[in-house]
Structure formats: structure tokens, C-alpha cells
Design a binder for this molecule. Structure first.
Ligand code: NAG
Length: 178
């Protein structure tokens, strides 16, 4: 029973934040660069000059009513090019994926709870975080802790152009335990 409680607690803690993910493909598949466990009202952005074709929000609790957005600008401050709402209709964790509109490219993303009544025209997160992980198509996560921005940019380029294996070796990335 104690173990069950502990597991439930861990599960609850793990679902307080979701992953925001950027990918180089038009089909929501492939390797993605991610802000792991990103808090609401906080911008997640790609390294300077990098853009993605899709943005996804991973493991959104089924009862959350949030608005998810992808932006052209790197500070979640320019036009919204992708996004949508989750309606809190229940159920298990859900993944949402959106493609860029016109222009198609996405450089940053964020989400917020609609109950907070944020005016969407002025809601600009005050601070943000650079992507801090790469996730393979099979779900394996590689944190980018300890890398500087140039190294993260190189790793993201490799993730988007199909050469992630060389970046894993070069930067000695280790996967999180599954
Ligand atoms: C992919 O990106 C990496 C990192 O920037 C670069 O070294 C490599 O030459 C690129 N490969 C291709 C095929 O574009």
C-alpha cells in the first residue's frame, strides 16, 4: 500500500508539467528537440535561427484545459503559427501535434491554462528555456544538460537532419533510464 501511494505521488509529480517538442518532419514523427517537463506560461525555444516544421505537446493530462501555441519568433513573442486547445474532457494522457501555418516554421512554443483568463494577445511569457533534451522516435530521452548553446544548436541540427547518432557520440549523451 505504501508503495502504491509512493508510485501515485511520483506519477502526480511527473504529470505536473508536459514536454514541448519540436521536430524537423511534417508528420509529427522522427527525432524531436524538447523542453522536458516545461511549466505553463514559460517559453520553450530552439537555438538561435533554428526552426521546426511541427510542435507537439506530450503527455497532457486528460483533464487539463490548456491552450498550446507555436510561434515564429524565438521568444514566443511573434505571430502564432500553430496550436490549439485541449478541452479537459478526461481520459488518459494525450499528445497534441500541430503543423506550422504560413510561414510554416516554428521557433518557440508555450502553453497556458485557460482558467487563468490570459489575454492571448498580450500573454508573452517573461522568461523561457532553451530546449534541453532530444527524444528518439522510440521515446528514448537524451538530456542536453551541461552543453552550451552552440553545442545544443549542433545537436539539434543533427537531430533534424538525420545524424543524431554522431551528436550522441560527439557530446557523449546518455539516455534517461526508461
Ligand atoms: C547535420 O548536422 C550536423 C550538425 O550541425 C552537421 O555536422 C552535419 O554535417 C549535417 N549533416 C547533413 C547531412 O546535413
Amino acid at each position: 500500500m505504501k508503495l502504491l501511494c509512493l508510485l501515485l505521488l511520483l506519477f502526480a509529480a511527473a504529470t505536473l508539467a508536459i514536454d514541448i517538442r519540436f521536430g524537423g518532419t511534417k508528420d509529427c514523427k522522427g527525432v524531436v528537440a524538447s523542453c522536458l517537463n516545461q511549466a505553463p506560461n514559460r517559453c520553450c525555444y530552439l537555438p538561435n535561427g533554428r526552426q521546426s516544421s511541427h510542435i507537439s505537446f506530450g503527455a497532457v493530462p486528460g483533464d487539463w484545459k490548456i491552450t498550446m501555441r507555436g510561434h515564429v519568433g524565438s521568444n514566443c513573442d511573434l505571430a502564432i503559427t500553430a496550436g490549439g486547445d485541449s478541452f479537459g474532457s478526461g481520459g488518459n494522457l494525450q499528445d497534441y501535434c500541430y503543423f506550422g501555418g504560413s510561414p510554416a516554421f516554428i521557433a518557440s512554443g508555450d502553453y497556458f491554462f485557460r482558467s487563468e483568463k490570459v489575454d492571448s494577445s498580450t500573454n508573452s511569457p517573461t522568461d523561457g528555456s532553451l530546449v534541453n533534451g532530444l527524444i528518439l522516435e522510440d521515446g528514448t530521452e537524451y538530456p542536453l544538460d551541461g552543453l552550451d548553446e552552440d553545442a545544443i544548436a549542433e545537436a539539434v541540427d543533427a537531430a533534424f537532419n538525420g545524424t543524431i547518432g554522431s551528436a550522441i557520440r560527439k557530446f557523449k549523451l546518455s539516455p534517461l533510464p526508461a
